[in-house]
Design a protein around this ligand. Structure first.
Ligand code: UDP
Length: 488
């Protein structure tokens, strides 16, 4: 293609992910996607987070995809060297310091952008200063969010009509929204304020990149977003589908604590749809009491399981007394030794596990990546939101699309480490597991719908599919804007 000056220049894009696995993983995949379509992409991160991207980079020509690191301000926020990303291993004080340090990246990133000017900055909207990174009219910002558009639109509906917060009611009906959504409790004010700041940031950008496919968010939500927010959303996902082989899927995010071989040989010994996979993302805290109920609930359900627990749980040096606080006596002898269950202590190769045909359901905290990864694999979900927007994602899964069942978690935590007052009982857990895994009529219908969405997701990223078309449209729109040509 010619632009009158010569061969059309690729876009020069600087991409800026937030320092949390749930944000770095999808943006790394989207960076690889843009680079594999011939655009010149630089991911900006800190040294200890570089490994999150090197696995995205390895399959793409380094001419199109490179990494630039800026130092994390460890001393300024009083953290040891190398502690630069949010994870389940951190305590709340460390998490707060990492967030503070991430916000201080504004200056070094601004300096880099001044020296090495891109056409566009694609930045995580968690950073409130992304629109201040450039003061040149010829550089624009595109926002990235780790949420679905359904959730962004729902937050906007709650922002426009705040009357719910004055009503003396514990439940919440979302006003002026394309779907009828009711929550049995209201979100904490701190969370609402945080989300609204993010929307303010998004509104000032040229548009929003979403790690989802249009069919899952639905046309109604897309229209609602564009009408209420006044900018465009590009659905480019599911990002995880850029990884095709078991090998590519197994090396996503942190280093897995189990080998792909060990995991696959366990999964290969099971029958189709017979295994429940349980994982609550990269930053979730459950009390010993709650873990004990999970262990009892899954054991009582009688189904095979893969359960991802925090790294510190069940290490060799854990005393019997400590172990029995979260694992019923004899649990491992009864379930692990006879291969009924598989416990992964630390980081699991989630996308690889979900794409195995023996997995029949996913008990999830409804983090957006986990949700869209399950949908991509056609796996129905048992929803167990813990904090923030996870409660909104739950409604998309269960009420709107009918591809999951709720375990009955209603208490919003303010952060991933807050101990909840209410414990979800073993009885509720067993009931939810049986609803999906016992294969009754309801389960069959939910599985059918989930598998249909799985097929739609696969089609979306193929040539001619909705996300593939959006990717081409995004590249075209951004080139036209850059080159001052009219949009088609
Ligand atoms: N993840 C993983 N292994 C784990 C835990 C998490 O691969 O043991 C990945 C998961 O596949 C997803 C991301 O980490 O891509 C978690 O993102 P999500 O939005 O689901 O939740 P968050 O961690 O942000 O709460």
């Amino acid at each position: 293609m010619e632009d009158g000056v010569g061969v059309e220049r690729p876009l020069k894009l600087h991409m800026l992910p937030f320092l949390s696995p749930g944000h770095m993983i999808p943006l790394g995949d989207i960076a690889a996607l843009l680079a594999s379509h011939g655009q010149q992409v630089t991911i900006i991160t800190t040294p200890s987070n570089a490994h999150f991207f090197t696995k995205s980079l390895s399959s793409v020509d380094p001419f199109f995809l490179r990494l630039h690191t800026v130092d994390f301000p460890s001393q300024q926020v009083d953290l040891s060297d190398g502690v630069e990303s949010l994870s389940s291993n951190n305590d709340p004080a460390t998490m707060a310091k990492i967030c503070k340090g991430a916000m201080l990246l504004h200056e070094p990133i601004k300096e880099f952008v001044e020296k090495d000017q891109p056409d566009y900055i694609i930045a995580d909207c968690v950073y409130p200063w992304i629109n201040d990174l450039v003061n040149k009219p010829n550089i624009s910002t595109i926002a990235f969010t780790g949420y679905s558009l359904f959730t962004v639109s729902l937050i906007e509906s709650l922002r426009i009509d705040r009357s719910y917060s004055n009503k003396n009611s514990s439940s919440l009906v979302v006003p002026n929204f394309p779907h009828s959504i009711t929550f049995s409790s209201t979100p904490p004010k701190q969370f609402v304020d945080y989300e609204e700041r993010m929307l303010d940031t998004i509104r000032k950008t040229k548009g929003l990149i979403i790690n989802n496919f249009a069919e899952l968010d639905g046309e109604d939500c897309i229209k609602h977003y564009e009408k209420t927010m006044g900018n465009k959303a590009w659905h480019l996902g599911p990002a995880c589908l850029i990884r095709k082989t078991f090998e590519e899927k197994s090396v996503r995010g942190n280093e897995s604590v189990v080998s792909a071989h060990e995991c696959l040989s366990w999964l290969n010994s099971k029958e189709e749809n017979s295994v429940l996979y349980i994982c609550f993302g990269s930053i979730a805290y459950f009390s010993d009491k709650q873990l004990y109920e999970i262990a009892s609930g899954i054991e009582n359900s009688g189904h095979a399981f893969v359960w991802v627990v925090p790294e510190k749980k069940g290490k060799e040096d854990e005393s019997e007394e400590d172990k029995e606080k979260w694992l019923p006596k004899g649990f491992e002898e009864r379930n692990i030794e006879n291969k009924k269950g598989f416990i992964i202590r630390g980081w699991a190769p989630q996308v690889m596990i979900l794409s195995h045909t023996v997995v029949g359901a996913f008990m999830t905290h409804c983090g957006w990546n986990s949700t869209v990864e399950a949908v991509s694999a056609g796996i129905p979900m048992i929803t167990w939101p813990v904090r923030g927007e996870q409660f909104y994602n739950e409604k998309l899964i269960t009420v709107v699309q009918g591809i999951g069942v709720e375990v009955g978690a209603t208490e919003w935590a303010l952060h991933g480490f807050q101990e909840k007052e209410k414990v979800v009982s073993r009885h509720s857990i067993e009931k939810a597991v049986r609803r999906l895994m016992d294969d009754g009529d309801e389960a069959k219908e939910i599985r059918r719908r989930a598998q249909e969405f799985g097929r739609k997701a696969t089609r979306a990223v193929q040539e001619g599919g909705s996300s593939h078309n959006n990717l081409l449209a995004l590249i075209d729109d951004l080139k036209r804007l850059r080159d001052r040509k009219p949009l088609e």
